[in-house]
Design a protein around this ligand. Structure first.
Ligand code: ZN
Length: 216
C-alpha cells in the first residue's frame, strides 16, 4: 500500500455511510483476464528512497527473470504473481528466492533429498525447488524461498549417521543486507541496532556470506 496509507486506515473510524457495502457484479472482459496473467506485482526491498522510473527503464532492458533474482541499486526486487482480484494492500511479499550453497556437506549427502532436509530444518527456508552439486566447489547448491522477515541463516547443525556436523550456507547474488542483524532490506548504517561502539570485526554477518556465481 502507498506509504502512510496503511497507518491512516488503522486509525480511521468510518461513518455508517462509508461502512455500507456497495456490491459490484460484472463480467470481467477476457482481454483483462489475459492482461492480468502477464502481470507481476513488485516491491523493492529497501528502506532507501529510489527512482521508480529508473527501475522500470532498467527492467525493460534486462528483463530475464528466468536468469535469477533482479536487483536495483543493491536492493532485491520482490515479484509476485497476482490474479487481479486482490486489493494491492493484500499482496504480501514474504519470501525471496535464492540459490544457496551449502558447504562442508559430505559427498554422500550431496543430494536433492538432503537439500530438502536442510530446508525443512532451517526455519527461514520455506521451500526447496531444485538442487545440484558442483564437485569443484564442494558445495550442494539448491534454490530456496527465504522468509525475508528473518535474518539470513549462516549455517545449520545437523546429525548425519550419528555424526554431528555444521553445514555452512552462502548465497548467490545476495543483495544489500545488514552486517549487524543479518536482515535483507537495509544496510548496517540504516540498522536500528547500529552503534558506533560495535567494531566491524565483531559483526556477526558480512560479505563472506556471498557465494561465487553458479557455473553455467
Ligand atoms: Zn540491521
Amino acid at each position: 500500500m502507498a506509504s502512510g496509507l496503511e497507518d491512516v486506515r488503522k486509525r480511521l473510524k468510518l461513518t455508517c455511510e462509508e461502512e455500507e457495502i456497495a456490491v459490484f457484479e460484472d463480467e470481467i472482459p477476457a482481454e483483462k483476464i489475459a492482461e492480468i496473467k502477464l502481470c507481476l506485482w513488485g516491491k523493492l526491498l529497501t528502506n532507501k528512497q529510489f527512482n521508480a522510473r529508473a527501475i522500470k527503464s532498467i527492467l525493460q532492458n534486462i528483463w530475464k527473470p528466468e536468469k535469477g533474482i533482479v536487483s536495483f541499486d543493491g536492493a532485491i526486487l520482490l515479484l509476485k504473481d497476482i490474479d487481479g482480484t486482490e486489493q494491492l494492500s493484500e499482496v504480501k511479499f514474504e519470501t525471496a528466492r535464492f540459490w544457496v550453497k551449502a558447504y562442508d556437506v559430505s559427498a554422500m549427502q550431496q543430494t536433492y533429498a538432503f537439500a530438502c532436509f536442510l530446508t525443512s530444518k532451517v526455519r527461514s527456508f520455506v521451500s526447496c525447488k531444485e538442487a545440484t552439486m558442483y564437485g569443484v566447489d564442494k558445495s550442494l547448491c539448491f534454490t530456496v524461498d527465504i522468509d525475508i522477515s528473518k535474518p539470513l541463516k549462516r549455517g545449520q547443525k545437523v546429525m548425519v549417521g550419528g555424526k554431528p556436523m555444521l553445514v555452512d550456507f552462502r548465497y548467490v547474488k545476495l543483495p544489500n543486507f545488514c552486517y549487524l542483524c543479518g536482515m535483507l532490506g537495509h544496510v548496517t548504517k540504516g540498522c536500528g541496532y547500529y552503534n558506533l561502539d560495535v567494531l566491524e570485526y565483531e559483526y556477526q554477518y558480512g560479505n563472506w556470506l556471498r557465494a561465487s556465481p553458479l557455473k553455467s
